[in-house]
Design a protein around this ligand. Structure first.
Ligand code: NDP
Length: 288
């Protein structure tokens, strides 16, 4: 029997409706959530991402402002600009658009964002709060991966959970979130070191819950997937004109109990959760 396909769109729609209602409530109280996107230089690849951010914000009533700084903006100038946004009460969320020009280190730049406006959960403060079991603004992609697991209704407690990837925006926060007492999964994190030692297959075969976030097309073979496993594929790899995941979907779906498609799985939910984070950020700022 094939797996149930966890489609992202209906979940995203539900989240957006909740966000829309919260935005209306905030507006009635005189607060308009406003997301500021900062772009340094004009990378053509980020155009469609920006367009989709603007459209999604509009859908739920969030204001969206794009600030495009010249390619030759210095580190100091960008820092100053972000600090201006941090201190501007009309801006309630900040996204620093990737990629940045080579002379600016993204990790350093993330540190300049006020954690209460950090809707992408990229600051060390917000990652630290997850590790502290007190998440406030976690990265939307990690939250989306977990939301997909929650949608199955299956118990996570003590389940062998394998996260492939340890980036600070997906793998690591997803693993830390699943370690929270409210989930209490048994978490293993795999990375290139695991693969170099030839151990990836062994770990994946053991996974009752699998989150694939390596950014490597079809890295995970369908035959490695444990019978009845929940498979969340975060990977978005552009291959021969289309997007494919990190997991071999066709073969994996014959073994898994639930599986997310690529595209149309984690992606739309990530966008919806970003919007939810904009509202969560407003709430945090209002706490003072
Ligand atoms: P990164 O490149 O930052 O991280 C990839 C991680 O995967 C690293 O930790 C890396 O290990 C690990 N990895 C890479 N190759 C292997 C391998 N052969 N075996 C084991 N581990 C491996 O990517 P991101 O975390 O930013 O993104 C991951 C994927 O998720 C990408 O495909 C991206 O496009 C997608 N994505 C999807 C989103 C969505 O909304 N659906 C949003 C954000 C990202 P090491 O640390 O050792 O290098």
């Amino acid at each position: 029997m094939g797996a149930k396909i966890l489609e992202g769109k209906p979940i995203a729609q539900k989240i957006k409706e909740e966000v829309k209602a919260e935005v209306e409530k905030l507006k009635a109280e005189g607060v308009t959530p406003c997301l500021a996107a900062v772009q340094v230089g004009e990378d053509p690849a980020s155009k469609s991402y920006i367009r989709s951010q603007r459209r999604s914000c509009k859908e739920v009533g969030i204001e969206y402002k794009l600030f495009t700084l010249p390619e030759n903006t210095s580190k100091e100038e960008l820092k100053e600009f972000i600090e201006k946004l941090n201190n501007d009460p009309s801006i309630t969320g900040i996204i620093l658009q990737m990629p940045l020009p080579k002379h600016i280190d993204a990790r350093e730049a993330f540190c300049w964002i006020d954690e209460k406006k950090d809707v992408e959960g990229v600051t060390p403060a917000n990652l630290g709060l997850i590790a502290f079991d007190m998440p406030r603004l976690a990265p939307p992609t990690a939250l989306a991966a977990i939301r997909m697991i929650e949608e199955t209704g299956e118990e996570v407690l003590g389940r062998e959970t394998v996260v492939v990837g340890r980036s600070t925006i997906v793998g690591k926060p997803a693993a830390l979130l699943l370690l929270q007492r409210k989930f209490s999964a048994t978490v293993t994190v795999c990375h290139t070191g695991t693969s170099k030692r030839g151990k990836l297959e062994e770990h994946v075969r053991n996974a009752e819950i699998l989150i694939a976030a390596a950014g490597q097309p079809h890295l995970i073979k369908g035959e490695w997937v444990k019978e009845g496993a929940i498979v969340v594929d975060v990977g978005m790899n552009y291959v021969e004109g289309k997007f494919v995941g990190d997991v071999e979907f066709e073969t994996a779906k014959e073994r898994a109990s639930y599986i997310t498609p690529v595209p149309g799985g984690v992606g739309p939910v990530t966008t919806a959760i970003l919007l939810r984070n904009v509202v969560e950020a407003v709430k945090w700022q209002r706490e003072g």
